[in-house]
Design a protein around this ligand. Structure first.
Ligand SMILES: *[C@@H]1O[C@H](CO)[C@@H](O)[C@H](O)[C@H]1NC(C)=O
Length: 196
């Protein structure tokens, strides 16, 4: 009797969870995605953000996924960077600390059509991703130019240290044939090549 009561209590919750993950005909539907490069980040809850350049229209799209695909599901897909700000076939890099429980710190890097190292980042005050050519808090504003067509790009952030917190690796047009890092310390960016 006790078992039956528990089962009845649990059923409505179970049904709700299924309804949000299944399509009308009762099967999971595959989400169509057609992209070039992509990068992703997650937080402690498993909440995930994937960024890719749409191969048909050149925009950068954000996919929100609740967790690993084995247990998670699509939450939404939105265009976050317009195509006129993104080089066709740009690499994409994302920096976000895996220790945070929401995407308070999140930086997305890519190249503009004229190969300027460019950034969008989460602004906790505006509660929005900010970026674009006029963004004064983005690396975009520094005018660091990458080698045309280069696919090399990485980004990482260390919130545990006050120095060298945000680092973006790429091949700089001012120093081709090696890799360079744009490094943000405090509010200012510096550029340095890999040296012995
Ligand atoms: C570009 O592609 C994305 C992803 O398929 C889509 O959401 C968006 O509406 C398309 N067009 C524009 C102008 O962003």
């Amino acid at each position: 009797m006790l078992f039956v009561q528990k089962l009845f209590l649990a059923l409505p919750l179970f049904a709700t969870a299924l309804a949000s993950e299944l399509s009308a005909d009762g099967t999971d539907s595959v989400v169509p995605v057609s992209g070039s490069n992509m990068a992703a980040a997650l937080v402690t809850t498993g909440d995930t953000r994937i960024y890719y350049q749409d191969s048909n229209n050149g925009t950068v799209v954000q996919i929100a996924v609740s967790n690993a695909f084995t247990v998670g599901h699509l939450e939404n897909m939105v265009v976050v960077i317009p195509s006129d700000e993104v080089r066709y076939n740009t690499p994409i890099a994302v920096a976000a600390p895996g220790t945070q429980d929401s995407f308070t710190v999140l930086h997305i890097f890519f190249f503009s059509p004229d190969n300027v190292l460019s950034e969008y980042h989460w602004d906790p005050t505006a509660k929005a991703l900010v970026g674009g050519p006029a963004c004064t808090t983005c690396v975009t504003n520094e005018g660091f130019v990458g080698v045309a067509g280069s696919q090399m790009l990485y980004a990482m952030v260390n919130t545990a240290t006050s120095s060298g917190g945000l680092r973006v690796g790429f091949v700089s047009a001012s120093s081709p044939g090696t890799i360079s890092e744009a490094v943000k310390t405090g509010n200012s960016w510096s550029l340095a090549s890999l040296t012995t």
